[in-house]
Design a protein around this ligand. Structure first.
Ligand code: MSP
Length: 519
């Protein structure tokens, strides 16, 4: 597809290290990005959603060695596994970039490097210091905790080698100005402050090459093939190369860049909020409009790690609960900008309460009544459905004036809120909006008791059911970005047709519940 720069929405995730299979933390980044990408497609933006694999560097070479495999074969196999998982997670990415792809990625990375050189920002020096392979980063003594990298709990290696440096320091003032002015908006605000604090401490130039002899797995530096590009420079270039930067035809790049939002976890803030924009400034390219920084998925309150043994495998949850339930949990139970916890116990509890009993039960009760009382055809125009009254609510106390119907409540109150939340990446709040409708519909049924009403007032019963079906149909639409499978099933079970001022719902009865209760 050819992209035009009209209502375009370019969204990226970081590219995942190809050293191990993706776990629940990576899944969170992917699901969050996917929800936003799907939402933007629905509202009509020409959306391009990019993810991929970070396949070069020390970390990968060592992981491959452990398996007695060459790095290319090793990353090829992992890339297949990752893409299979992506499809099981219903991730709707438009491209999957791999940094070992010489045809697609290398030309872009090389073009970026040449642009840095042309700006005079690459110079030769000696790097002497510490390197953490887990971070793929040079680190300083003061970042260590008891002599170890705080993130990886490993003792860094000491390196002394002739390297090429990038003049990051030159961009301090410009970066500060850009972040303060919100020209590259960092969300949430607290992460913008954190970035400004890092600038305040002073930015040193960064070593951006390694010796080919030490790390023979990367993109050779164009002007000096005895060196390979530092893996972060190589990796960050993916956001450009994947859309055609450095290729024979840069039309898509011109139409899509800059990225509208780049999603990343808090552990890689420094690389994306400092090094990345500095590289772009040096290469005279536009900066991403927004960076959205999310927290960690913890398990039992602790960050997942191999040594603790609390790594959660998304496949296990997909098998047991279905992919939409997993997406539901990540969307609703995690505040994107904070850490969020997931344990098997909590998952089951939430699943039973909100999916099996909440949404699932509401759907099955409603469809049963529709089939039993109206043969699956419920007709109305919405204005006649009785108002929402909640016992003791202000509206009831004020009398009957201007009580909302289900339709006016959804259209006038919930939809604007839902769109505002989605637009602001507050996916969990958009989910709360949907569940607010579910709560209202449950109480609506309790208030009007259609199962009793049918014995005395058939017309009123139809109006009540019409309201509930209207609400459910709207819920199905709102759920599309988060739970695409469930939404499609709901749309199949509840078909909506308009005839003049009338809206007719034709319903089917599902052969099995949408969400089976787990014991
Ligand atoms: N390869 C680099 C990114 C290069 S982008 C130019 C990298 N890869 S990663 O595989 O370690 O992480 C990829 C993403 O997964 C990051 O956004 C990271 O924050 C996220 N997560 C990894 N573990 C996580 C949790 N436990 N929780 C939530 N997300 C975390 O960094």
């Amino acid at each position: 597809m050819k992209y035009e720069n009209r209502n375009k929405f370019y969204i990226t995730t970081p590219i995942f290290y190809a050293n191990a299979r993706l776990h629940m933390g990576h899944t969170y980044t992917l699901v969050l990005a996917d929800i936003l990408a799907r939402y933007h497609r629905i509202i009509g933006d020409q959306t391009f959603f990019l993810t991929g694999a970070d396949e070069h560097g020390d970390k990968i070479v060592r992981a491959a060695q452990k398996e007695n495999l060459g790095p290319q074969i090793f990353v090829d196999a992992l890339s297949v596994a990752s893409q299979e998982l992506l499809s099981r997670l219903a991730i709707s990415n438009d491209a999957f970039i791999r940094t070992s792809d010489k045809a697609v990625h290398w030309p872009g990375a090389i073009k970026l490097w040449r642009a840095l050189e042309a700006s005079g920002d690459i110079y030769q020096g000696i790097y002497e210091g510490l390197y953490c392979v887990g971070c793929e980063a040079f680190i300083t003594e003061k970042e260590l905790v008891e002599g170890k990298c705080a993130l990886h709990n490993t003792v860094p290696e000491t390196i002394k080698e002739e390297n090429l440096f990038f003049r990051l320091s030159r961009y301090s003032d410009e970066l500060k100005r850009i972040i303060e002015a919100g020209e590259m908006k960092i969300i949430p605000e607290s992460r913008a402050r954190e970035t400004l604090a890092m600038i305040g401490e002073g930015l040193s130039d960064v070593s951006v090459s390694r010796l080919m002899g030490d790390v023979p797995w990367g993109i050779p530096v164009p002007s000096d093939p005895s060196k390979v590009m530092y893996v972060w420079c190589d990796a960050l270039a993916n956001y450009l190369s994947a859309i055609g930067y450095g290729s024979d035809n840069e039309d898509n790049f011109t139409a899509l860049w800059p990225a509208d939002v780049q999603i990343l976890g808090k552990d890689i803030l420094r690389f994306h909020a400092l090094l990345w924009p500095a590289l772009l400034l040096s290469a005279r390219l536009a900066l991403p409009k927004e960076l959205l920084i999310h927290g960690f998925i913890t398990s039992g309150g602790v960050k997942m790690s191999k040594s603790i043994g609390n790594i959660l495998d998304p496949e296990e949850f997909i098998r047991e609960y279905g992919v939409d339930s997993l997406r539901y949990y990540l969307a609703r139970e995690v505040v994107p900008t904070e850490d969020g916890d997931l344990t098997r116990e909590k998952f089951k509890e939430i699943y039973n309460a909100n999916l099996a009993n909440g949404l699932g039960n509401l759907i099955s009760r409603t469809l049963k009544m529709s089939a039993q009382y109206f043969d699956g055809h419920v007709v109305g125009d919405g204005t006649q459905s009785p108002p929402i009254r909640e016992e003791g609510s202000r509206e009831v106390l004020l009398g009957e004036v201007e009580l909302p119907t289900i339709r006016s409540f959804v259209e006038g109150v919930i939809l604007p809120r839902y769109h505002a939340h989605m637009g602001a990446y507050e996916v969990n709040k958009a989910m709360d909006d949907i569940w607010e409708i579910i709560g209202v519909l449950d109480r609506y049924i309790t208030t009007y008791e259609p199962f009793k009403l049918i014995k005395t007032d058939r017309e009123m019963t139809e109006r009540v059911l019409w309201g509930v079906l209207y609400g459910l149909h709207e819920i199905a639409n709102m759920l599309t970005p988060v739970m695409p499978g469930t939404s499609a099933k709901m749309n199949d079970l509840i078909e909506k047709r308009e005839e003049g001022a009338m809206i007719i719902f034709t319903t089917k009865t599902p052969s099995e519940p949408l969400f089976v209760r787990k014991i």
